[in-house]
Write a protein that binds this ligand. Sequence first.
Ligand SMILES: Nc1ncnc2c1ncn2[C@@H]1O[C@H](COP(=O)(O)OP(=O)(O)O)[C@@H](O)[C@H]1O
Ligand SMILES: [Mg+2]
Length: 510
Amino acid sequence: MLARVWSASIVGIDAVKVGVEVDVSGGLPGIAILGLPDAAIQEAKERVKATLKNAGFAFPMRKIVINLTPADLRKEGPCFDLPISVGILAASEQVSADLLADYLFLGELSLDGSLRPVAGVLPIAATAQKMGIAGLVLPIDNAQEAAVVQGLAVYGCKNLSEVVDFLNNPGLYKPVQLDDKVEMLHTASLHLTDLKDVKGQAHARRALEIAAAGGHNLIFVGPPGSGKTMLARRLPGILPPLEFAESLEVTRIHSVAGLLKNRGSLVRDRPFRSPHHSASGPSLVGGGSFPRPGEISLSHNGILFLDELTEFKRDVLEFLRQPLEDGYVTISRTKQSVMFPAQFTLVASTNPCPCGYYGDTIQQCTCSPRQREQYWAKLSGPLMDRIDLQVAVNRLKPEEITQQSIGEASLTVRERVQQARDRAITRFQGEANLRCNAQIQSRHLQRWCKLDDGSRNLLEAAIRKLGLSARASDRILKVARTIADLAGDDELKANHIAEAIQYRTIDRMQ
Ligand SMILES: Nc1ncnc2c1ncn2[C@@H]1O[C@H](COP(=O)(O)OP(=O)(O)O)[C@@H](O)[C@H]1O
Ligand SMILES: [Mg+2]
């Protein structure tokens, strides 16, 4: 007999509906899986066989052919254990097949028949909802994650027997409800690091506030121990929580990457990722034979922090250039090409030279001018061009070190950041996908960053003197827009431009 069960597979951060056809017929006992399955699906043969027996069902000692459709889509992962098992049970008439066409199944099986959670449930649930199916049947530990999608009935089951019982008596089961309490748990987990611990460094604190308000890329340059890492780690604490739509995007990416710590809730805090400098290209931008999001996508709508930027391999840094401009990355494979969102704010830190003390007030720099030149060449003009806020961090003066910190707390700064962001959002009304000033496209600059004569002259002089590219000049305008938003000004003024320009001077001074 032939049975057909529906499931889904992840492509990028989307899901594609997959049909699982199971035919049980006479012939020599055996089992074959067709339709581009990966190794984990091939292993399902053995797992399913053992599981059915352990869960008290009969494994048909006949010829079983399993076909996954569409045939040209590569399918992966253990989430097909459940649909394959249900298909075998239906084809051997051990469970009612009446409802099979109306539901979508996914889940990994343990040998004792219990269902284990799988990755990528949120995109699958979103696809299921669009398809208008009657319900999604999955492991109970995934149920809350799927329930985030509104208008979809989600049935969380503990084990295979429960799924069988559900198919035989669907009326007895109720879809799970989204647990508000779980969702709240995740919010406002205010970071343990607070700006009030930072002494002095008014200039760097101001740059952090601008970066947070406009989503601008930032680099701290200074000698070891000057507080660069400490400052950068305080950026998440002054960022407002994700908007609902942003939250869905982030959760979707983290779901596919299998990184959701708190299943059953949306990610509410802006991501802050700080990969080690030994990171490879694929781990940073994404890759693998079934492409998975890399660090730049995991930090979508949040921060990618590259500490000690010059320690990263140069070719790895080059990978960042395109995503920094486009806000997404495309990964091409022979069978498929997928796109991952990567709208992140880059925050970096670096020493000013190989020995670390160029420009320091106490320690003498021992590098030759040529060594310093080579050091900066590694950061490459094109990458530095895309960093709007280039900030020198000097070590604290002795009297600053011994005094009590009197800086503002993160929460106070965050309120100002939120107000500036709200101002920008109001201005962007009607522009899809535009959420902060850093995302303004060049063609819109005319509209939102109009210059008066004084500002124009100032900017022209800076372009000439610092040899700025057109891209750098566009970026100065966007930073100036954020500075104006923080000041509550609708018009760009010369002092906004002047402040924005002074954040572009470091890489020109080496
Ligand atoms: N402005 C500051 N206020 C308070 N402590 C600071 C400050 N700058 C540095 N420190 C102290 O010095 C330590 C080293 O700072 P760190 O951020 O690691 O420096 P860097 O990354 O520039 O080498 C910090 O953990 C902190 O204890
Ligand atoms: Mg450091």
